[in-house]
Design a protein around this ligand. Structure first.
Ligand code: ATP
Ligand code: MG
Length: 130
């Protein structure tokens, strides 16, 4: 998912291009304005954390680009490596967050963190593909 900051800053092409250049193939993509229910469901593992309300405010403030990409093997792991660390201040140069972001709350991209979560999240956003 390219988060609201990425769409607002005009970085969707740059971010998708990095995934494509690495060898990922785009299977589905759509711009969507998430409602709070969907955002809370997507980020359910973070319910109760001090940053949760802010995270939901942020992810629902303007459209996101939800996408499914496919690769040869362990695609979620490859995408996570390209994303860089959650905190852009600590993300390595060469990664999406390391090169293009500075703030923890606005770190441009979400990626599934396991094969299981990829399946779950594809089911949320593209049920016909799960
Ligand atoms: P994402 O799930 O968005 O891909 P991530 O998997 O790298 O990011 P998570 O631990 O799942 O990181 O956290 C989800 C999001 O919540 C982060 O992208 C970040 O914006 C926010 N977040 C996580 N931890 C904190 C924190 N300690 N303080 C503020 N915001 C946080
Ligand atoms: Mg996460």
């Amino acid at each position: 998912m390219v988060k609201p900051d990425g769409v607002e800053r005009g970085l969707t092409g740059e971010i998708l291009a990095r995934l494509e250049r690495k060898g990922m193939r785009l299977v589905a993509a759509e711009l969507r304005l998430l409602d709070r229910d969907l955002a809370e469901h997507h980020y359910a593992e973070h319910v109760g954390r001090p940053y949760f309300e802010g995270l939901v405010d942020f992810i629902t403030r303007s459209p996101v680009l939800v996408a499914v990409v496919e690769g040869p093997e362990d695609t979620w792991r490859v995408v996570r490596a390209l994303m860089g660390a959650t905190n852009p201040a600590e993300a390595a140069p060469g990664t999406i967050r390391g090169d293009l972001a500075t703030k923890m709350a606005e770190n441009l991209i979400h990626g599934s963190d396991s094969a299981e979560s990829a399946l779950r999240e594809i089911g949320i956003f593209f049920p016909h593909l799960a």
